[in-house]
Design a binder for this molecule. Structure first.
Ligand SMILES: *Cc1c(COP(=O)(O)O)cnc(C)c1O
Length: 359
């Protein structure tokens, strides 16, 4: 048995929450692309979550995470990501708004050039976060470097706690039951917006990394018994345990809302598309590069090379191959991240077109 929208909203309203953005985010139809592709294509604008030009999907999670941190009287907030992490930057923004001190442990997947700091890392510096760079060692994988970052952070946290400062830890991507509740709420928000338009989404497409967004959407979907299919597009290599972990996190969200009679099933309730992340995380692919240019040139909209470009490439491919039936109503969830267009060249790839010098 699922719950009504009103009941679901009431469950979420019991959680501590700190306002960080502008909700509901806009939802609008892409007229030219709908015509060209033969589907009803909408975009959910979580690049506009606020509270500055550089919002994104992490703001929804951070409203609950910062709410929790404040309730626990934290002074410092620790979090993790790559040097160009959207999540780390948005966490630093959220901390500043809430009067908390951000401490970031950032893995240098792409080496940092201190004389030419770009994009989110530059914003982290403007925000004056305590920034620890975790260099990748010779022969080390990203996961191993991340693990070392966690260990170094644990020492720093211990030091601060011993001095009497209370610390709050947010996992990479804000992907835990507290944060992911924000996307259960996001699912309700989108459903209400579609209803107001007299529409029903057959599909939602979005980029997935830590699975926090995906898990929250799955929890929200289950809560109100929606039939919308959520297709989560991987932006990095994931093993077979990924769907199980996403479903597990969704169930933690449901449990945290006091729901005992519904479960998200790893086989039936979550779906991932794993064919579009190559050549790898923070590495631009041919299809994502094409997708970024296509969306900009047809609709004047910007997506990014690391996340939304890969998800949009998958969506385009699924429409063109007929995996999405013609005439379907599809929502592309824009999760933000366009700051990556101003990141290091190896992240951006080649998005250029000819420059003309008239004489
Ligand atoms: C973090 C991020 C995602 C993925 O969200 P997860 O909750 O980590 O899966 C997608 N798009 C952008 C732009 C992001 O920054």
């Amino acid at each position: 048995m699922s719950y009504t929208m009103k009941e679901a909203r009431a469950m979420l309203a019991q959680k501590p929450k700190y306002s960080l953005g502008f909700f509901p985010t806009p939802l609008h139809r892409l007229d030219r692309l709908s015509e060209e592709l033969g589907v009803e294509l909408y975009m959910k604008r979580d690049d506009f979550t606020g509270r500055n030009l550089f919002g994104g999907n992490k703001i929804r999670k951070l409203e609950y995470l910062i709410g929790d941190a404040l309730e626990k009287h934290a002074e410092y907030v620790f979090t993790y990501g790559a040097t160009e992490s959207n999540h780390a930057m948005q966490t630093a923004v959220a901390c500043r708004k809430a009067g908390l001190k951000p401490v970031l442990y950032l893995t240098a997947v792409v080496p940092v050039d201190e004389s030419d700091v770009r994009s989110n890392l530059l914003l982290d510096q403007v925000l004056g976060a305590e920034i620890h760079i975790v260099r990748m060692l010779e022969g080390e994988t990203e996961d191993e470097a991340d693990e070392r970052g966690l260990q170094m952070a644990a020492l720093r946290m211990q030091e601060l706690e011993q001095e009497g400062h209370r610390c709050y830890e947010i996992p990479m991507g804000g992907a835990n039951a507290v944060g992911s509740a924000g996307f259960a709420e996001g699912f309700l928000e989108l459903t209400e917006q579609m209803e107001a338009l007299g529409k029903h989404a057959d599909y939602i497409y979005h980029a997935t990394g830590t699975a926090g967004t995906m898990a929250g959407l799955a929890a929200g979907r289950k809560l109100i018994g929606s039939s919308t299919e959520v297709i989560s597009v991987n932006v990095s290599k994931k093993d077979n345990s990924y769907l199980g972990r996403a479903a597990g996190l969704a169930n933690e969200v449901l449990a945290s809302l006091g729901v005992a009679d519904l479960t998200v099933d790893a086989e039936r309730d979550v779906a991932r598309e794993g064919g579009f992340y190559l050549p790898g995380y923070e590495k631009p692919g041919k299809e994502s590069t094409e997708a970024i240019k296509y969306l900009a040139r047809e609709e004047g909209l910007f997506i990014d090379p690391v996340y939304s470009g890969k998800a949009f490439a998958a969506l385009l491919s699924h429409i063109r191959s007929g995996r999405i039936r013609p005439g379907s109503t599809v929502v592309f969830w824009h999760t933000g991240g366009a700051t990556a267009l101003f990141a290091e060249q190896e992240i951006v790839g080649d998005l250029s077109c000819a420059l003309i010098y008239d004489r």
